[in-house]
Write a protein that binds this ligand. Sequence first.
Ligand SMILES: NC(=O)c1ccc[n+]([C@@H]2O[C@H](COP(=O)([O-])OP(=O)(O)OC[C@H]3O[C@@H](n4cnc5c(N)ncnc54)[C@H](O)[C@@H]3O)[C@@H](O)[C@H]2O)c1
Ligand SMILES: [Zn+2]
Length: 405
Amino acid sequence: MPEDNPQVPTRAEAAGTRTHLQRFSVAYEFPVVFTAGLFSPDNPVLADTLARLEPDRRHRCLVFVDEGVLAARPGLADDIRAYAGRYRDRMSLVADPIPVPGGEKIKVELHFVEDMQRKVFEHHIDRHSFVIAIGGGAVLDAVGLVAATAHRGVRHIRVPTTVLAQNDSGVGVKNGVNLYETKNFAGAFAPPFAVLNDIEFVEMLPPRDRISGMAEAIKVALIRDGAFFSWLERNADALVLFERPAVAYMIRRCAELHMRQIAHGGDPFEFGSVRPLDFGHWSAHKIESLTRYHVRHGEAVAIGIALDARYSVLAGHLEPGHDERIAATLEHLGFRLWHPVLAKRSADGQLVVLKGLEEFREHLGGELTLTLLSDIGVGVEVHAMDAALVEQSIAWLKARAGDGN
Ligand SMILES: NC(=O)c1ccc[n+]([C@@H]2O[C@H](COP(=O)([O-])OP(=O)(O)OC[C@H]3O[C@@H](n4cnc5c(N)ncnc54)[C@H](O)[C@@H]3O)[C@@H](O)[C@H]2O)c1
Ligand SMILES: [Zn+2]
């Protein structure tokens, strides 16, 4: 038995039981690239990425593309084919890029996952070939699950095309689809082979989607990087106008902070109950489900951030005034920090949104752990929230929104 595999003495030993503590670790490493014009013939990023570990091979690729992206950029499939032709010494497409439904649809019907698995099977994608997903967070989640389970894991390259997917979910290590009406019930932790962010994709988004993903930047700035929050505050106009340098920096910095949390936060595969990147999310998830996802994730997160910022003040963690500053910045970006479902009560008179706390605990597993703020840029963990203070925080949001509904 190797020395670093200690034999653990147990009381059952006398009865002939032996316990060996098996232990190993696997280092993950993957490039996250920020570029423009990923499929321009003169952009070598994709070809270089494919060749990173095996430069002398011609790499086989199966590409799935979000139909929403194809609708916004009808020439994309041609561009991908032309790109593969230009770099034919390093890559080959095993099939034409395959369109897949965009948005939550691909995650709620399991047959889409099976259809994609079948394509992986039929085109003989093995553990050294590549599955490339181009799309929003939903498509990346579903294709990620396909890639993680086919042959127990084939190489997977993510090309995120929304703000949220580029600045948050794309650099994450999770995938999944919804099952039993539960979001992300069936999924796995599976780091990608590479993440390739192309700013031109997010510039094709409709205005509402451009803004909604920015809530994640505000979120991570508030818990980790006060200077970044000040930058977001100062550059809100440029972000609303979607000026490329500002948007590119917002996405990059937000992604970096998410990457740092995953790599250095001590719990990349979320075995514990602490989830700082879910600041503002307990109520956001509930708002999303109560509105049947008519409110976008980022829009719900913006409300959740404002609610928890106000709560942080009322509970004595955060200096008064910071809540106002945070809410004003979110509003400046265009978020509306109120939705009538916040005022909805169940038969027992309790605010329905409070049920989100227990659902959040179940989602994380273990003890309820929530992140609040003790300063701009500094999170603080708590294990309970006071219902009366949540009510007061919601009343504050309602009063700020200034309407009667
Ligand atoms: N795995 C994780 O760690 C993680 C983290 C956060 C969120 N998510 C998941 O991400 C999903 C949300 O992702 P999202 O916000 O990126 O939206 P989305 O994937 O739901 O896409 C929204 C819409 O935009 C379209 N679209 C995508 N890119 C486009 C583009 N460039 N131009 C025009 N239209 C485009 C899509 O077709 C879709 O209709 C949710 O399912 C959520 O659960 C996963
Ligand atoms: Zn989020």
